[in-house]
Unconditional design. Structure first.
Lengths: 114, 112
């Protein structure tokens, strides 16, 4: 089984709908991250969490919110989806700070907002 | 600002040949890791290789090796004996305040 899983893998929704993307990990890592990938822009950090009680905004957090329900679970929500949130979303985990350890990625969720 | 630059949006190489992907970065950190990730058409992000900045020896993983030049802030990836399965997007990344900053990627196509 994969160490980092994301659900759903693909989702098509309409403008204005609320969407939740879920991430679970069995690696036992404390740190979890949500990234967004757009063509030509690489990966950009949306939110990150260093433990259950610690949530931090990344560079592009507007329009998104997160919940760290447990060490193993980190959800990303789009309260009112808009078309420019169409992208590939990745969850990642790491054990220590990423300056000293590797981030491990889930398989990604492709979200399309019509 | 902490930045990472991949100046080659696309590259191609023939099977069995060698190709080098470039990456430069800017950081005020002194002790850090650098990473290359591969994203094949399956879209999974896969760690290819990582380099510890305080080590002078360049990292090697099978056919993948890096040329790390700390003073020049350069971190290139060399793929030897290229295989069709190496076709993918390749991202350079480095850490800044416990977060990873990614380059915009290089799309590598390996031709038979």
């Amino acid at each position: 089984d994969a160490d980092v899983t994301q659900t759903p893998r693909n989702r098509i929704t309409k403008t204005g709908k609320r969407i939740m993307l879920e991430c679970s990990q069995t690696k036992g890592h404390d740190r979890m991250y949500w990234y967004r990938q757009d063509p030509g822009l690489g990966l950009r950090l949306i939110y990150y969490s260093f433990d259950v009680k610690d949530i931090n905004k990344g560079e592009i957090s507007d329009g998104y919110s997160v919940s760290r329900q447990a060490q193993a679970k980190f959800s990303l929500s789009l309260e009112s989806a808009i078309p420019n949130q169409t992208a590939l979303y990745f969850c990642a985990t790491s054990q220590l700070g990423s300056g000293t350890d590797t981030q491990y990625f889930g398989p990604g969720t492709r979200l399309t907002v019509l | 600002a902490q930045t990472v630059t991949q100046s080659q949006p696309e590259m191609s190489v023939q099977e069995a040949e060698t190709v080098t992907l470039s990456c430069t970065y800017d950081t005020s950190e002194n002790n850090y890791y650098l990473f290359w990730y591969k994203q094949p058409p399956s879209r999974q992000m896969i760690l290819v290789i990582r380099q510890e900045a305080y080590k002078q020896q360049n990292a090697t993983e099978n056919r993948f090796s890096v040329n790390f030049q700390k003073a020049a802030k350069s971190f290139s990836l060399k793929i030897s004996d290229s295989q069709l399965g190496d076709t993918a997007m390749y991202f350079c990344a480095f850490p800044y305040t416990d977060k990873l900053i990614f380059g915009t990627g290089t799309r590598l196509q390996v031709f038979p």
